[in-house]
Structures are given as C-alpha cells and as structure tokens.
Design a protein around this ligand. Sequence first.
Ligand code: CUA
Length: 193
Amino acid sequence: MSVAPPEQRIWWNEPIEKVELTWIVVAFLWGMFMFFFMIAWHFIGQQNLNNEAYRIAPSAYETKVEQFVQKTKVREEKGVPVVRPAPGSDVYLLGRLWQWWPILELEQGQSYRFHISSLDWQHGFSLQPININLSVHPGYEHVITLQPTQAGQFGIVCNEFCGIGHHTMTGKVYVVQKKAEGGQLRLAQEVKQ
Ligand code: CUA
C-alpha cells in the first residue's frame, strides 16, 4: 500500500463523519463519567485512601520518626528497628533512598493514625499483597487513618522509580492478633496468598 496524499488538499475543512462524531461523543462522555466516578471510588473502593497532607521539612519529619522509634522500639531485624506502637496511637514511616523505615508491628482490628513522608525523592508506597498504593513526597506529611483487618506479614515495595536502588527499596509491616487471654501479642501466621 502506498501512501497517497488526501484527495482534497484542504481535508480538514471537510464535514465530520457522523460515525466519527458519535464515537468522539461516546469517548468524551465515558471520560467525564470516569473522572467524576473517582469520587465514588473513595466510598465504594477499598484501595482509594482519604488522606490528609501537611507541609513539613524533611529534616523535621526525620526527627519525628526518630523520636517515635526511640519510644516504641521492641527489637531489631538486621539492624532495622521494629516498633510496636500503642493501639490507637500515631505511627510514623519514612521513605528514603532506598529504604522504608522502621518495620511496623500493628495490632489487628485497632485503628492508627499512619503518617508517611519522604526524606529525599518521590517514592511510591505499595503495600503487598493488599495492593494499597500512595505517592510519597518530600515536604509533605501524609496522614491516613488505618485499621489493619488481616493479620500476617506484609511487604512494602517502592513503585515510583527512584534511582539505581529502587528495586531494593522494601519494608515490612507485621499485623498481630491480640490473644484472647493474657492480652499478649503474638505474631500471626503468614498471610495465605
Ligand atoms: Cu523509592 Cu523507588
């Protein structure tokens, strides 16, 4: 097939085909529907979060997280602190090249105020295998009310390309169950995929 010039030299002045116009209208209306339906997904979807965001200097956020870790640390895993904050309290997580820090241990069924920010570049918080995703920006502290519904071990990966160590930027969240008697926490079994 050869490429021939259009029959009419001034082709853009031709009246639009009815079928083409129909499809333009259909695509436009669908686009508008999807746009406004984003609001609905906040209510009926389980993965769109209603979050708050506050301006904060990265160094100030780092200080907050360090103080939080000092207060709530229960052990270490390969040099990374594991924190067990009190149910209902504020929980802090930071993203930086190339790490999610610290490791969180939360209690199933309890509600937390979950804070997250970046110290350097933009990172993508992605909780696996649940598939909850958040863009994490330096200079903004995002706050989400979070209630773990499922016990187990969850992974955090970075889903926003952030340089040569991007693929190594992982983190961990444990969700533990409260024992019926004794009130002690125990590590739950791994989540079945
Ligand atoms: Cu952080 Cu990719």
